[in-house]
Design a protein around this ligand. Structure first.
Ligand code: LLP
Length: 431
């Protein structure tokens, strides 16, 4: 099994966190997002502990809400000592509605509107991650009007390509996020920020990409950031208290993917940082990380009910499921790999090569192609593993399909955390 929270019971059914997935689908319906809270907490602890043990005091992980976002999640994150990266007023609203403390929110976004800035300031978010000069000016002004001094980190781009998917790679110079170091623009950005009376500049932020398996690209980013920090100290006497290195550690979607050693990577990163600081005689800054995928992906799976098999003679066999690109658009968007298993018939030989298709009116609505399954029958259950990240949050109502429910599993019990949408929800905004 891909992860240790998955197993097969005597009936040959897939279990998650000890619960029978066939029973879960009967109780809560399908498609269904299932989130194993124990696994989620374990993932949070891995980061919290590794940062606490290896990095200077005050270093901690911020969960990137773009990967998963609903009220109940923020309660767990807070209990586990996580901060949170939020990218929109909607994410701020959700986190606060889930009881998350505003001071542990870090507000991102390359185009924060005046309304966004006002909303975040009035919500007392702890820190803004400022993306550009225009935002600096607007934020400074809005903070001044409110008589506050706002903590900020400045987002810079170190120009690193960690060789991940082009579409989810944000550390290169040519991108819409942050201000590049190499062109000299970041230096002017810092000078501008330091001249603002209503901002407290705490340090720098960079995000180099997603689905990165090793520490090296992060170490490369640290080298570039430290050189930059040193130059800024020489130019302005400014010493960065905090380095936020963004998100991006990868997860195993397939058996053939490597197992990621997160504590080992963080240890290597800490050593590298300390050494770099020692060479420059630079005080070791606090480190923030923004993991999204590696906190929630392997805690989640999606259950689908099979409609049937359609074999196009001489071509291929399609297994249809009662969800698709509406609840998981990642194959349609990125050809993202997933492990698909026959949840109701785990012990049957997987002798049929097939393509899993969703129910949307679009030929690209596929979940995975050319995988091995048993001869699936109508009403069998399929599970797509490792769907905890970027599925729920990227879901849509295309074809007016209702979004699935999300259940959380803990200590052998399941509870509904997000109810299934109804037809009434679909027309709730229609006048
Ligand atoms: N911080 C920043 C500034 C980010 O842009 C991202 C992801 C993260 C943190 C979290 O990265 P993670 O730890 O989850 O890799 N929709 C795509 C992923 C886009 C990621 C964009 N930024 C997908 O489904 O793969």
């Amino acid at each position: 099994m891909l992860y240790d929270n998955l197993a097969v019971n005597e009936q040959g059914h897939l279990t998650v966190g000890g619960l029978d997935t066939v029973a879960l689908a009967e109780e809560f319906g399908a498609p269904l997002y299932v989130l194993d809270e124990d696994k989620l907490r374990e993932n949070c602890r891995t980061y919290v502990q590794a940062l606490r043990e290896n990095m200077p005091e005050g270093s901690y992980p911020l969960f990137a809400g773009k990967a998963l976002c609903f009220k109940g999640l923020y309660l767990v994150l807070n209990e586990e000592g996580m901060g949170a990266d939020v990218v929109s007023p909607g994410e701020i609203y959700t986190a606060l509605a889930g009881g998350f403390p505003a001071e542990k929110l870090y507000f991102h976004g390359n185009n924060k509107t005046d309304e966004d800035i006002a909303y975040a300031l009035d919500s007392h978010v702890g820190c803004f991650i400022v993306d550009n000069h225009q935002e600096l000016a607007r934020l400074d002004e809005a903070a001044g009007v409110r008589g506050i001094r706002q903590r900020v980190l400045l987002r810079v781009t170190p120009g690193i390509d960690p060789h991940t998917l082009q579409a989810i790679n944000t550390g290169r110079i040519d991108c819409q996020f942050g201000v590049p170091i190499e062109t000299g623009q970041a230096a002017r950005f810092v000078a501008d920020a330091l001249s603002r009376k209503n901002l407290i500049v705490e340090g720098f932020h960079s995000h180099i990409g997603s689905q990165i398996f090793e520490a090296e690209p992060f170490c490369d980013a640290v080298d570039i950031l430290l050189d930059f920090a040193q130059a800024m100290r020489q130019a302005h006497g400014f010493v960065a208290e905090t380095l936020n290195l963004g998100g991006g550690f990868g997860v195993r979607y397939l058996e053939s993917d490597p197992v990621v050693d997160i504590p080992g990577n963080i240890r290597a990163l800490a050593q590298h940082l300390r050494q770099g600081c020692a060479e420059k005689d630079y005080p070791v800054p606090k480190v923030l990380l923004e993991p999204g995928r590696s906190i929630v992906a392997n805690a989640g799976l999606t259950l689908y009910r099979v409609g049937g098999i359609k074999t196009i003679e001489g071509y291929r066999s399609y297994v249809t499921v009662n969800g698709g690109m509406t609840d998981n658009p990642r194959y349609a968007l990125y050809k993202a790999p997933y492990t698909v298993v026959p949840a109701s018939r785990m012990n049957d030989a997987r002798e049929v090569t097939c393509t899993v298709a969703g129910r949307c009116c679009e030929s690209g609505d596929l979940i995975q192609e050319n995988i091995q399954l048993p001869e699936m029958q109508r009403d069998d259950l399929l599970a797509v593993l490792t769907t905890g990240a970027y599925n729920f949050t990227m879901a849509s109502n295309y074809n007016r399909l209702c979004r699935p429910a999300l259940v959380m599993v803990r200590n052998g019990k399941a509870r509904l955390a997000v109810r299934r949408q109804t037809f009434a929800d679909l027309v709730a905004c229609d006048l």
